[in-house]
Design a protein around this ligand. Structure first.
Ligand code: AMP
Length: 381
């Protein structure tokens, strides 16, 4: 079996690493250069995109922002999984909100805005605490603006008037006072079977994911059912094949969908050490029509993102239940350089590993680590 993945970053690399033991070969399309590359060495292969498509049994994506012409070409081959509609909905917040509304899945109150003047109407309808998101090409907090009072509106309008909102509308959302952020990673295969990982709790800093803990502490059966129901509705709607991530805000006993990602997801990286089958392996299994793997967690896990630095001590590998995953990129501010997976039998033992790990890291780049270790050590199981 041959898989061709659009995007040649760390997600393609980790898919590759999961595909090897299954005897599956994986190549990547570098969408910046329109070349075919090896997703680990990043070396260019002497192959056109057309030839690579021809030689592949399945095409998939590691990110949703694949240029339209390439995505259409992939779709036309009849080999693309997940479906083009799901990838487009993941890339365009207008399509995403339309799908959520159609399926009656609770999400943040919002308005679609195509003229800066409409922001005044948004303040009237949604209140003055708002988050404004570009409907396309935004990620990790980029393409987002916050309004905390009406007085800031003229300044925001003048900044947003530089954009072509007819072409790329804005989504204006109420700033939700959520209790926490959760995500559900699940997988659906070609015959419609769905398996979900346990919910993960996600800690963000400046719009970026820093820490995930899975299974999320104190999740009621009811909350879990809500998440799985939303996941299944979305996956069935798109006749989805592969791993899909759904991000939620928890507000009291309710879940609101924040966004969906039609791919393996950063908040599922814990599954590499913390679950029977990792999200990467299950994605490969689903798209190549192999039986799905068990998604149960083995104990408790945390995933710590390494962001914008590489000056940690590799001696962290001496810590029991601690695994390093490096993506091989040069350092830039806010760039995801790798992640560290931790496991434990209980939240207390996980907290102990986290506290030990902190000694090996430049803590200014890991602002959530010690606070989370404290929180986990207080959980009564
Ligand atoms: P997004 O790119 O939509 O995932 O947004 C990035 C982060 O901004 C989220 O993980 C939240 O921490 C925060 N955020 C996004 N939308 C909202 C909202 N409507 N209310 C409160 N916080 C939000």
């Amino acid at each position: 079996m041959n898989v061709l993945v659009y995007g040649a970053g760390q997600l393609a690399q980790m898919m590759y690493l999961a595909a090897v033991p299954l005897g599956i070969k994986l190549r990547a399309v570098d969408v910046k250069t329109n070349t075919i590359v090896d997703p680990v060495s990043k070396q260019t292969l002497a192959l056109s995109i057309e030839e690579a498509i021809e030689q592949a049994d399945v095409l998939t994506v590691e990110f949703e922002h694949v240029p339209e012409d390439l995505l259409e070409q992939a779709h036309q081959s009849g080999k693309l999984m997940p479906s083009i509609a799901s990838i487009q909905a993941g890339a365009d917040r207008v399509l995403e909100k339309q799908a959520l509304t159609k399926l009656a899945i609770a999400n943040c109150e919002h308005l679609i805005v195509t003229q800066v003047e409409q922001l005044e109407e948004a303040v009237e309808k949604l209140g003055e605490k708002l988050i404004v998101k570009s409907s396309r090409d935004g990620y990790d907090g980029y393409g987002q603006w916050r309004l905390s009072s009406k007085e800031q509106l003229p300044e925001l309008q003048s900044e947003l008037s530089k954009l072509d909102l007819e072409k790329v509308p804005l989504i204006v959302e109420t700033m939700v006072p959520f209790d926490r952020e959760l995500s559900l990673i699940g997988v659906r295969n070609q015959s419609g079977e769905v398996r979900c990982y346990p919910l993960a709790e996600n800690l963000h800093h400046q719009g970026q994911l820093h820490v995930s803990v899975a299974p999320a502490p104190t999740v009621s059966a009811e909350l879990n059912a809500q998440a799985q129901q939303a996941f299944t509705k979305l996956a069935n709607e798109f006749d989805y094949v592969g791993v899909l991530a759904v991000e939620f805000f928890q507000v009291g006993d309710a879940l609101l969908v924040n966004e969906i990602a039609p791919r393996v997801h950063n908040s599922g990286h814990w599954s590499m050490q913390g679950a029977d089958t990792s999200q990467f392996e299950n994605h490969i299994r689903a798209i190549t029509d192999l039986p799905l793997g068990n998604t149960d967690a083995n104990g408790k896990s945390a995933m710590i993102n390494i962001i914008g630095c590489d000056d940690y001590s590799e001696d962290l590998l001496s810590i029991r239940n601690c695994h390093l995953h490096v993506y091989g990129k040069s350092v830039r501010p806010k760039r995801k350089m790798g992640h560290i997976n931790l496991t434990g039998d209980s939240f207390q033992s996980l907290a102990e590993v986290m506290t030990t790990l902190a000694k090996y890291l430049p803590l200014n780049h890991f602002p959530k680590l010690l606070g989370e270790a404290d929180k986990l050590s207080d959980i009564k199981e």
